[in-house]
Design a protein around this ligand. Structure first.
Ligand SMILES: Nc1nc2c(ncn2[C@@H]2O[C@H](COP(=O)(O)OP(=O)(O)OP(=O)(O)O)[C@@H](O)[C@H]2O)c(=O)[nH]1
Ligand SMILES: [Mg+2]
Length: 284
């Protein structure tokens, strides 16, 4: 018989805290953390998001769970803030593991970059600072997850843009060899702005692989999400560039919707695969 002793209770609490469950209960009901939120929207699109010959990134549940572990601290997986850098490449972190992959989070001020990184590392609540005041992040902040990857939180462009934004980000894009992908965050309650298009041009100019992320999807009705998705699709097709990942990602840093899916993508991007038979990925 299972005895609810204090040790058992402690074990249960530990297991619950560390298990990554598929659903999260919120005011809006049960939120599925493992599904791509764009799946639901695709049936409303006149032009399908993917061509017939494209296979979207579609990790299975086991892959998502495995990926989730890399974002969780343990004795063998230290999650830590490494350092902040102003704009001097000589100050970029040097890791024990050579060429540890980095993923950059870029976007308009207040688009939710820091909140998304905080949500991805939700087991370390104190790790990342966020604010409702635009222009809060002023430096490039590096957050390391074990020997797997580093997430880099950039200052935002636009409102209260720090003076060093351009040199800081351009130098990083120009020089950082271990940058694997940049996520360009678009606030779904605002939509794509002229400055976002300029940021895409900058990534294209530096020939840096990037992907578009629609944030704050908990705040926007389906019709607005669809409008944003179509705009992202339009931009993607306009460039039809090898640097733009054709699949946009939809997330909420507050309800965590789309989070498990994004964790799996980050893990996929920062793992050196020969052939991964579990995952069908778009080729680009
Ligand atoms: N509802 C909702 N609010 C969000 C979400 N993500 C961020 N926010 C809010 O948006 C505001 C800005 O969030 P930050 O994460 O600091 O934005 P940022 O892009 O890092 O901003 P800067 O550092 O100023 O460039 C905060 O008030 C967050 O709580 C989200 O997914 N949903
Ligand atoms: Mg920030």
């Amino acid at each position: 018989m299972f005895m609810f002793t204090s040790r058992n209770r402690e074990l249960c609490r530990h297991t619950l805290k560390n298990s990554l469950s598929r659903f999260r209960t919120s005011k809006e009901g049960n939120i599925d953390l493992f599904t791509d939120p764009s799946n639901e929207l695709q049936k409303w699109l006149k032009i399908p998001l993917f061509r017939k010959d494209e296979k979207p990134f579609a990790p299975d549940e086991i892959t998502i769970k495995k990926a989730g572990r890399l974002f969780r601290p343990s004795n063998t997986n230290k999650i830590q803030f490494v350092k902040s850098v102003f704009d001097n490449p000589e100050h970029y972190p040097v890791y024990k593991k050579p060429n540890l992959p980095e993923i950059l989070f870029l976007g308009y001020s207040n688009s939710g970059k820091s909140t998304l990184i905080k949500a991805l590392f939700k087991h370390n609540e104190e790790l990342v600072r966020t604010s409702s005041k635009p222009g809060h992040t002023q430096l490039l902040n590096f957050f390391q997850a074990g020997d797997q990857f580093v997430l880099v939180d950039a200052p935002g462009y636009g409102q209260n843009e720090p003076e060093n934004f351009r040199p800081a980000v351009e130098k990083y894009l120009e020089t950082r060899k271990n940058l694997r992908r940049t996520f360009l965050l678009i606030d779904s309650s605002i939509g794509m702005l002229r400055k976002d298009k300029r940021a895409i041009k900058m990534l294209e100019r530096h020939q840096r692989p990037f992907a578009l992320i629609m944030t704050k999807i908990d705040t926007t009705p389906t019709s607005i999400k669809l409008t944003n998705l179509m705009e992202m699709q339009r931009i993607r097709d306009e460039y039809s560039s090898p640097f733009c990942y054709p699949q946009p990602f939809l997330v909420s840093g507050l309800t965590y919707e789309g989070l498990g899916f994004l964790q799996a993508f980050i893990t996929h991007e920062t793992t050196d695969h020969v052939v991964d038979e579990n995952i069908n990925v778009l080729h680009n």
